[in-house]
Design a protein around this ligand. Structure first.
Ligand SMILES: Cc1cc2nc3c(=O)[nH]c(=O)nc-3n(C[C@H](O)[C@H](O)[C@H](O)COP(=O)(O)OP(=O)(O)OC[C@H]3O[C@@H](n4cnc5c(N)ncnc54)[C@H](O)[C@@H]3O)c2cc1C
Length: 391
């Protein structure tokens, strides 16, 4: 596999489509999506129509054949306009990447990849489970077997856009006798999937358009719907790095948007009093530096993951996992700090809702970053790895 570090031709086309969707569809609806905590139907349908949902599906299945570099750039672009739409795009691509990396060549999953590309099927994730909090490396629910048939029941306490999906990847114990950490991933799909007894409302501070309510999930299927590799392997090689890269990339987009507003405010102040430095210009210089560092961090991690995809020994190393975890830890705090600093620079015009400089939605969306798989858990993961990793 060749090393990819620049946007591909296919990625460039899809990035252009993402820019158009962001500017013309996601941005105009973002405040309504946020105010009503509703699913961003318009932008997700536009992504489906524009081939974005199949972006990471290889070309031989009819998909966009995008690289991680391409996905990262698309996430950043969408993040500038609507954090919820960008997060839904990112979470969908994480599931697609798990299937692409682990399941190609298996008839059931080859057919699924072709359908994601042709029909724009939307896939969600159900890792979080009532009773274990955010510890994704542990499951209570288990796959039950009846010959070739399987069934699965999970108290899935958070499933983003669950009510609007075609498919879900669900983590579960391999079988009812397996240990809590002996997990597999099962692909379940309607009509053999039901989501009942909705748990709570999704009335949150931010990321309101992700509609991340919980359900009692029940699904039936056949054994060929179980991903062939254990969850631990899929997580280390694909799910964890792709999650942290796509999330960090869209958070970068949110930060880019906020800094653009701050720049416009400072430039306007400078124009009013030529020859004098507006008081907020120094703060702008600081936040632009933070943004540059954030961009460099994302770019470096994308490049290193592209390297790891060519040389699996890199991806399997503890040092690589620590690096990808650090990306999440740093990006999740950077995005909040940068949006907050931009809001301070813009002042009341950003604090007020409904102005061209409003940053309330971005600030609230950015706050979710440290909680989505809590930073404390990720820090503890790195701490445990560092206890055994030699220099
Ligand atoms: C916008 C959004 C979308 C989401 N979408 C999905 C989705 O689609 N699918 C899905 O499965 N999940 C999803 N989640 C859930 C998410 O991934 C986390 O699992 C969830 O946010 C964790 O919830 P928690 O903070 O209540 O739990 P915890 O992670 O248990 O954290 C609660 C508190 O416990 C502390 N804590 C407990 N145990 C430990 C420990 N061992 N180490 C360190 N700290 C600990 C933490 O510091 C924290 O203060 C989403 C979350 C958000 C915010």
């Amino acid at each position: 596999m060749p090393l990819v570090t620049e946007i591909s031709p296919a990625g460039r086309d899809l990035l252009g489509i993402a820019t158009r969707i962001g500017e013309e569809i996601a941005a105009p609806h973002a405040d309504d999506v946020d105010a009503n905590a509703r699913f961003p139907h318009e932008s997700i349908q536009a992504m489906r129509d524009g081939g974005l949902l199949g972006a990471f599906v290889p070309e031989r299945f009819g998909g966009g054949g995008c690289s991680i570099t391409d996905l990262s750039l698309i996430c950043t672009e969408l993040g500038k306009h609507c954090g919820s739409s960008a997060m839904i795009f990112a979470m969908h691509q994480i599931q697609v990447a798990c299937i692409v990396d682990s399941c190609q060549g298996l008839p059931y999953f080859d057919d699924l990849l072709a359908e994601i590309a042709s029909a724009g099927r939307l896939i969600a994730s159900a890792t979080t489970e009532a009773g274990i909090g955010g510890n994704v490396r542990s499951s209570i629910c288990a796959v039950e077997y009846d010959g070739e048939k399987i069934s699965l029941r999970k108290q899935a306490s958070v499933i983003s856009y669950g009510a609007y999906v075609d498919d879900i990847l669900v983590t579960a114990r391999r079988d009812p006798d397996a240990a809590a950490s002996d997990q597999v991933i099962v692909h379940v799909q309607r009509p053999n999937l039901t989501l009942d007894n909705q748990i709570d409302e999704w009335d949150t501070l931010g990321m309101r358009g992700t509609c991340s309510v919980g359900f009692e999930l029940y699904a039936t299927g056949t054994v060929d719907q179980i991903l062939p590799r254990p969850y631990a392997e899929v997580s280390a090689g694909t799910m964890l790095p792709v999650t942290h890269i796509t999330w960090a990339s869209l958070w970068l987009g949110i930060a880019e948007h906020a800094v653009r507003k701050a720049r416009a405010v400072v430039r306007a102040a400078a124009r009013k009093q030529p020859g004098t430095l507006p008081p907020s210009a120094r703060h702008l210089a600081t936040v632009v530096g933070q943004l540059d560092r954030f961009r460099a961090l994302v770019a470096a991690c994308v490049r290193d993951y592209e390297l790891a995809r060519v040389d699996p020994a890199i991806g399997a190393s503890m040092a690589f996992t620590i690096q990808m975890n650090n990306l999440k830890l740093l990006a999740s705090t950077d995005v909040f700090a940068i949006v907050h600093a931009s809001l301070e620079i813009c002042g009341l015009s950003a604090y007020r809702n409904g102005t061209e400089f409003s940053l309330g939605r971005q600030l609230r969306d950015a706050k979710s970053a440290s909680l989505m798989v809590h930073n404390d858990r990720i820090l503890d993961h790195n701490a445990s790895l560092l206890c055994i990793l030699k220099d």
